[in-house]
Write a protein that binds this ligand. Structure first.
Ligand code: FAD
Length: 566
């Protein structure tokens, strides 16, 4: 079977056999679509013969038979619905994989995708799809027309998608600079969380209730809150489509919709979260459960996992381990409780200056490190976690580990509606210039926070430094001035290595150290009590009272020549 990846979450192949199913399952595929009509060739396996064993293996299975030359708008709509409503990754097949790829191309272009980019992605499968936009122009017109027929709600001169840390801070920052701006934020959630405190909640050092506020209380006065979710971007028409079917037009668009916690990428995980000793500080409601499990565990195996990068707060999986181990050490339980850290990556932390301090805590807690181990399956009732271990020669071996406590940091990726949009880069993130934060292909689109392609540590600390850069550059653009503010990749990760001490890792692009305070006050390469005070008491206050209100101390953007930046 020749599996060809068209996008991160969609692959195609020629005719499948029943024997291929296990390999697809092992590679993480969750949905199968058959685009080949039954009886097309002598001896061809009927769809029903493959559907049954596929369902038994847990796949979602669809049958959408098409003939290449007669693919129509209904086929494309049906295909789009299947992709939208089924768990990813999706694998589709026909005789050669060509029809499945054509449907994907038409769906992407119909949703407003740049045809050259879509065709390039399809061509990467080894067949030439360059004729698709011309050959199926009528179908594309019909599908695009379906979007164009949606009612146009209103014109929002400055539209922000996502009212999390980045969206609210930006709106406040812009208004401080120019109170006459007309700003709208599209945000579906009533509740806003201060996520950096989740680790402290999981360590019994913070109340979950204190991490929560009503969104309505945080949206700056004068900003319009559109309580909805965006489903599509039409950047060529400067419009977005909402989940209620309305289109909104804009002059400038800022996308800051965060990232997706991809629980479904690990079979068995979602079902067992919050029971059977399986927890995650990445879910607010489960952070108190982490602390409950830690307090109740008096002997056994505690397993902490870290998925492949990028994730938000790259240190959070370790923080959970250190705070838990610190508790067991103080209770005299270490040794009865054995701590294991399974990391899909090859190093303890991506910036080497901080590793010695962290390593000393790994030794203090006698934690066993397992590098190159990626969590691929969880059997909650039997308390077994399965890891794919990448060997030195690149091959993978599956290791089963029994656990008494399992703290999971989930795999993370761009949200589906971003990943499938024309704004995305090949990896699915909003493709912005790393210095100016302006979109690389659409000059009136900008990106901020976890959702962007910038190679910084995805943290609220990064957002704090990005916001003034974007605010200044966006205002410069509105006044036809050159963009001069530069984001140098600052991000910070306060690693809670024990109760009362933190290794405060602050760094920019390329791992360059970027300490905020003088080194005599805080040396980020060492565990300090002062950094703990900052994290537990000062930073939450700064977040609620300064950052979300547009005050920006110690965040003045660097200036430079944007022609040569990024
Ligand atoms: P978010 O704050 O997640 O906001 C995204 C918003 O977009 C959400 O409100 C969401 O509802 C909205 N949205 C989603 N889909 C749509 C849609 N279709 N249409 C419109 N809106 C949509 N950072 C630190 O600096 N220090 C730390 O110590 C730290 N620790 C962390 C520990 C944990 C366990 C976690 C989970 C995070 C941690 N972070 C930390 C990371 C930090 O919280 C994030 O990097 C930060 O919140 C990113 O801000 P954002 O606005 O990009 O995304």
């Amino acid at each position: 079977m020749d599996i060809r990846k068209v996008s991160e979450y969609f692959s195609v192949s020629g005719q499948l056999s029943v024997d291929d199913l296990q390999a697809l399952k092992d590679s993480g595929i969750r949905t199968l679509i058959c685009n080949r009509p039954d009886g097309e060739a002598a001896g061809q396996l009927a769809h029903a013969d493959i559907e049954k064993p596929a369902r038994e293996l847990g796949f979602v299975v669809h049958y959408l038979p098409v003939v290449n030359d007669t693919i129509n708008a209904n086929d494309v709509h049906a295909f789009a619905r299947m992709l939208d409503e089924s768990p990813a990754p999706v694998h589709a097949w026909c005789r050669s994989g060509q029809r499945a790829t054509t449907l994907w191309c038409l769906m992407q272009i119909g949703k407003g995708g740049d045809s050259a980019m879509v065709v390039n992605a399809a061509n990467a499968t080894g067949t030439d799809f360059s004729t698709v936009p011309v050959k199926f122009a009528g179908v594309i017109r019909e599908i695009t027309g379906a979007f164009a027929k949606l009612p146009l709600g209103q014109f929002c001169p400055l539209l922000i998608v996502g009212g999390g840390s980045a969206g609210i801070s930006l709106a406040a920052s812009l208004l401080r600079r120019d109170p006459t701006l007309r700003i709208s934020i599209i945000e579906p959630s009533d509740t806003h969380y201060y996520q950096p405190a989740f680790t402290l909640v999981g360590g019994g050092e913070y109340e979950l209730a204190d991490t929560r506020r009503n969104t309505s209380a945080l949206i700056p006065g004068g900003v319009q809150w559109i309580k909805a979710a965006v489903t599509n971007f039409l950047p060529e028409q400067a419009q977005v489509v909402l989940d209620n079917g309305t289109r909104l037009a804009y002059e400038q668009l800022v996308v800051c919709a965060g990232l997706k916690l991809n629980w479904d990428a690990v079979p068995g995980l979602r079902e067992t979260l919050g029971k059977n000793g399986v927890t995650s500080n990445y879910v607010p409601e489960l952070a108190p459960y982490t602390w409950q499990l830690v307090r109740n565990l008096r002997r056994g195996l505690a397993v902490f996992t870290q998925p492949p990068m990028p994730i938000k707060c790259a240190g959070a999986p370790q923080k959970a381990m250190y705070l838990s181990a610190d508790h067991w050490l103080r209770q005299g339980l270490l040794g009865h409780v054995n701590v294991h850290f399974y990391n899909a990556g090859a190093v303890l932390f991506g910036v080497k200056d901080f590793v010695p301090a962290l390593q000393s805590y790994v030794e203090r807690y006698k934690a066993q490190l397992h590098m190159g181990h990626n969590l691929v399956k969880v059997d909650g009732p039997r308390r077994i976690a399965t890891f794919a271990h990448t060997q030195a020669d690149g091959t993978q071996q599956l290791n089963e580990v029994t656990f008494d406590l399992l703290h999971v940091c989930p795999p993370q990726c761009a949200p589906d509606f971003i990943r499938n949009s024309p704004l995305a880069d090949r990896a699915g993130w909003v493709e912005v210039d790393p210095a100016t934060l302006r979109h690389k292909r659409y000059p009136n689109v900008w990106g901020l926070g976890d959702v962007t392609s910038t190679p910084n540590a995805k943290t609220a600390a990064a957002v704090r430094m990005q916001v003034p850069v974007l605010a200044e550059n966006l205002l410069a653009e509105l006044h036809n001035l050159p963009l001069s503010a530069i984001y140098e990749g600052y991000g910070a990760c306060p690693l809670t290595v024990e109760r009362g001490k933190i290794v405060l890792a602050e760094f920019g692009y390329g791992g360059k150290l970027q300490p905020t305070l003088p080194i005599w006050l805080i040396d980020g390469r060492k565990a300090t009590w002062f950094a703990w005070l900052l994290k537990k008491y000062l930073m939450p206050w700064l977040y609620w009272h300064l950052m979300l209100r547009g005050w920006e101390p110690l965040a003045r953007p660097a200036k430079g020549d944007q022609e040569n930046a990024g």
